[in-house]
Design a protein around this ligand. Structure first.
Ligand code: CMC
Length: 436
């Protein structure tokens, strides 16, 4: 074989037997080849074992590409840096959902289509009254987003493309309202109805901060920063919550239920909950002098603590989103007239020390998207408990795009992993009197 030609297959042989199987290698448009193991079990009577799915592609997708070693993130081929600096969240939503950036007419139609659905069925207001006032916004979001399937029966046929389109619009449009109301409920203020004359991020800030008693003007610099934060969180390939949405959707569950499952998965501190955890960690560290002892604690495996906002399953280099957020952080603080923010100074120092520390260098642990987002959000007046809810608002676009892509994929089947069974072997039932 020509040594330059990429291999087309891989052959596995069962040691000590003459049994072998040749598996095709699938090549995507970018990235390493992938061994197609679908015939492995039938051919050799063996499974593969990959807890955490570090070496497993669960689907084909045209939406997002990550090169973790190079720190590259592309949506439909466009670098995240260009989208964050030059595009808008709704434009990126169109790109993720439909494959292309919209032209001028498509943009008007898409933006109107989304913004027309921002209100919630009036009866949904009463669902909020069932929650305790101190409920975490993510708990409220899991419940209320799941409950949308009890209200929008007219768009639940997952095999109907028009129903899928309307459900996507409804989800993208309504999650900011659901999240903002979760916050208003906690602080005991009246719910603010959405304003469709505002931009997507602008409307979210309005619903979070305005009260009916007086006019409220959203600072355009902060609206732009929020829009950028939303773009940076919009999609990220097959992460835990997206994989959850796809797995739920593979059973034929409706999109509202699938996105509620995604929200639950995002909540964990190893995933979307990390932005909230970063701020708690910075508050705990308190001063620059405490950075060194804190890092010593993190490096001690028995402490079970981690440097939150650092490390990533795929990125073994700077998370490109973290770089953009670092710059945005300085812009936002300047706009707000915040000089020498102690939290930012601490974060910068922590990052500097960690990046020069052998432990982090050896393990290729770099700042991820959550390291700086919390500091910006805090400066913008967003309460810590809302950080992950805001991540969920932004990621809804990615989740529903991935769900839609899966529903349109003729090769999609129910997701059903197998296991290595390590329990008891077959044994006979013993009556209670005979048990020791
Ligand atoms: N602090 C200290 N040590 C770490 C960290 C960290 N943040 N992350 C990984 N390690 C160590 C880990 O202990 C292990 O060391 P060793 O090889 O000696 O056992 C090694 O690095 C590899 O870690 P891993 O747990 O096998 O890596 P993973 O790919 O399973 O985990 C991660 C990825 C993001 C869950 C993890 O890096 C982490 O917990 N980070 C902190 C939480 C965080 O910031 N999450 C946000 C991720 S980005 C946004 C998102 O996805 O929502």
């Amino acid at each position: 074989m020509d040594s330059e030609a990429p291999p087309k297959s891989v052959t596995l042989t069962l040691d000590g037997t003459n049994k072998s199987i040749t598996l095709p290698l699938i090549q995507g448009t970018m990235g390493p080849p992938v061994a197609d193991i679908r015939k492995l079990y039938a051919g050799l009577d063996i499974f593969t074992f990959d807890p955490g799915y570090g070496g497993t592609a669960a689907c084909e997708s045209k939406i997002t590409y990550i090169d973790g070693d190079a720190g590259v993130l592309l949506h439909r081929g466009y670098p995240i840096e260009q989208l964050a600096m030059q595009s808008t969240f709704l434009e990126v939503a169109h790109l993720l959902l439909n494959g292309e950036l919209p032209n001028a007419a498509q943009k008007v139609e898409f933006d109107d289509g989304v913004m027309r659905h921002t209100m919630l069925h009036e009866q949904i207001r009463s669902i909020y009254q069932g929650f305790r006032r101190d409920a975490h916004p993510m708990a409220v979001m899991c419940g209320v987003v799941g409950a949308l399937s009890a209200f929008y029966h007219d768009s639940l046929d997952i095999n109907n493309p028009e129903h899928r389109r309307i459900s996507a619009f409804r989800l993208i449009a309504k999650v900011p309202t659901i999240a903002a109301w979760a916050y208003k409920y906690t602080i005991g203020q009246p719910f603010m109805y959405p304003r469709n004359d505002l931009g997507y991020a602008e409307n979210f800030l309005y619903m979070m901060n305005a009260v009916p008693a007086e006019p409220y003007h959203v600072n355009p610099v902060l609206a732009r920063a929020m829009d950028r934060i939303m773009i940076l969180h919009a999609d990220h390939e097959q992460n835990a919550s997206t994989a959850t949405v796809r797995l739920s959707g593979s059973t034929g569950a409706n999109p509202f239920a699938c996105i509620a499952a995604g929200i639950a998965s995002l909540w964990g501190p190893a995933h979307g909950g990390a932005n909230e955890a970063v701020l708690k960690m910075l508050a705990e560290i308190g001063t620059v002098e405490n950075v060194k002892p804190f890092l010593d604690q993190v490096k001690d495996k028995d402490s079970h603590s981690r440097l939150m906002g650092f490390g990533h399953r795929v990125y073994k280099n700077f998370d490109p989103r973290a770089k953009i957020l670092q710059a945005t952080c300085h812009e936002v603080l300047a706009e707000l007239g915040i000089k020498n923010d102690p939290m930012l100074e601490l974060a910068v120092e922590l990052e500097k020390i960690a990046l020069h520390d052998e432990y982090f260098i050896k393990r290729k642990l770099y700042p991820n998207v959550d390291f700086y987002s919390g500091i910006i959000l805090k400066a913008m007046g967003i309460p810590t408990s809302m950080f992950t809810a805001l991540f969920a608002v932004s990621r809804t676009v990615g989740w529903i795009s991935q769900w839609k892509e899966m529903m349109e994929d003729p090769s999609q089947r129910i997701g059903r992993p197998r296991q290595i069974y390590t329990g008891a072997t077959t044994r006979d039932y013993v009556g209670i009197d005979a048990r020791g």
